[in-house]
Design a protein around this ligand. Structure first.
Ligand code: NI
Length: 197
């Protein structure tokens, strides 16, 4: 089932999300719905707050990066075609390596892409969809997707990383998004939309 993606301005996107337990109701169905919603919107990651649930869960599929980027020329894309995963109760234990810049986008902030600096590697502990505990290191685009999605469950958006000037430059766009004044080809829920929209 495709779920509406919550747009910029909704308070759920600014909240630190809560851990879940193994008996969280209909977890497998929720995970399946999140993948379906992400694919429908052509995203590479989706965090639970983006579908209105303030829980520490996100899904990723980095394979579009493999089509977009030439692996031979871009070592950051190596292995990305197999990066399809579920992260439950994740904790980024460490971020290391050089900072690098990438133009990020977000399904909750359509039509906005801005350069964000992040470190190139992350060590993350989490549970997969079968509640197997994992402790892994990711780099390149995989690390980038994880950092972006992890921010979501901490109540942080990529726009929060921008300079004051950049933020000011896009503030009108962001306001319009929260009012639903943006054209998107996937289902969204706009916090400041006028009734009847
Ligand atoms: Ni996002």
């Amino acid at each position: 089932m495709i779920l509406p993606v919550v747009a910029y301005g909704d308070p759920v996107l600014k909240k630190e999300a809560e851990e879940i337990t193994k008996d969280y109701p209909d977890l497998q169905k929720l995970i399946a719905d999140m993948f379906e919603t992400m694919y429908e919107a052509a995203g590479v990651g989706l965090a639970a707050p983006q579908i209105g649930k303030s829980i520490r869960l996100f899904v990723v599929d980095g394979s579009p990066f493999a089509e977009e980027e030439d692996e031979e020329e871009d070592p950051r894309a190596v292995g990305i075609e197999d990066f399809k995963q579920v992260f439950i109760n994740p904790i980024i234990e460490e971020e290391f390596g050089e900072e690098w810049c990438f133009k990020e986008g977000c399904l909750s902030i359509p039509k906005v892409r801005e350069e964000v600096y992040r470190k190139e590697k992350v060590r993350i502990t989490y549970y997969d969809e079968n509640w197997n505990f994992k402790d892994e290191i990711f780099d390149g685009y995989a690390a980038r997707i994880i950092q972006h999605e992890y921010d979501h469950i901490e109540g942080v958006l990529f726009t929060d990383h921008l300079s004051a000037i950049k933020k000011k430059l896009i503030s009108k766009k962001l306001q319009n998004i929260s009012k639903g004044e943006v054209s998107v080809d996937y289902r969204m829920k706009f916090p400041a939309a006028k009734k009847g929209r």
